[in-house]
Design a binder for this molecule. Structure first.
Ligand SMILES: CC(C)(COP(=O)(O)OP(=O)(O)OC[C@H]1O[C@@H](n2cnc3c(N)ncnc32)[C@H](O)[C@@H]1OP(=O)(O)O)[C@@H](O)C(=O)NCCC(=O)NCCS
Length: 185
């Protein structure tokens, strides 16, 4: 057995600090609040966002369409699932009207006033347009609306873009952890 260790940061956002500003999406993008009938759209956005990424090595289910669907079902059935912190972004092609699921984030409650962000992801061709920022801000507002005071997440240290986004939003690193993965083929 060959084991690899991934360095990850546990980060936290303190919602007691004040209000969250959620910028608007660029043209042709739409934000959808959680509803059970868009579970598959979230799973599809998750798969398209993670399949080529480092985190698909850390969590193999993220690299697989069926795995993403199972994960979405599992997250949305959890007792602590927070619909208000769960958002989907869809791109609507202005020429054809075709819709594409391109961004997702989910929220769960860990303790009475502590929540956690699950799998923020934007499909590669839609990155760098502020969509991750919009999803994160709306998720934080959703946590706040249900009385959460602290929002946690874990990010792989080598995932520089994501770490930068979280730091820019105001997350601070609580500690460093190492996740062991069996990489035997
Ligand atoms: C991390 C991730 C969610 C960021 O999503 P994103 O939509 O690209 O995020 P944003 O566009 O809001 O911010 C990213 C960059 O775009 C820039 N940006 C923000 N708004 C912009 C705009 N309107 N126009 C152009 N660029 C913009 C930001 O300044 C930022 O620049 P940086 O590289 O200096 O940090 C995305 O890269 C991703 O899905 N990665 C793979 C999955 C993953 O690892 N998720 C995190 C798990 S913990």
């Amino acid at each position: 057995m060959t084991v690899t260790y991934f360095k990850r940061y546990r980060m936290q956002f303190d919602l007691r600090d004040g209000c969250i500003d959620a910028p608007d999406l660029p043209d042709n993008y739409q934000l959808a609040r959680w509803h059970g009938n868009i579970l598959e759209a979230h799973a599809n956005a998750k798969f398209r966002s993670f399949r080529e990424e480092l985190d698909a090595n850390v969590f193999p289910c993220l690299g697989d369409a069926e795995g993403c669907l199972r994960l979405m079902k599992e997250i949305s059935c959890r007792q602590g699932f927070i619909p208000q912190a769960t958002w989907l972004v869809t791109f609507v092609d202005p020429g054809t009207g075709r819709k594409e699921n391109c961004g997702t984030v989910q929220g769960i409650r860990e303790q009475t006033d502590v929540g956690s962000i699950q799998n923020l992801g934007i499909a590669p061709i839609h990155r760098g347009k502020g969509i991750g920022t919009v999803l994160l801000a709306n998720s934080l507002k959703g946590f706040m609306s249900v009385g959460i005071k602290f929002v946690n997440l874990e990010v792989t240290a080598q995932n520089y873009g994501a770490v930068r986004l979280y730091q820019r939003m105001g997350f601070r690193t609580l500690r460093t952890v190492f996740k062991s993965i069996d990489v035997t083929y």
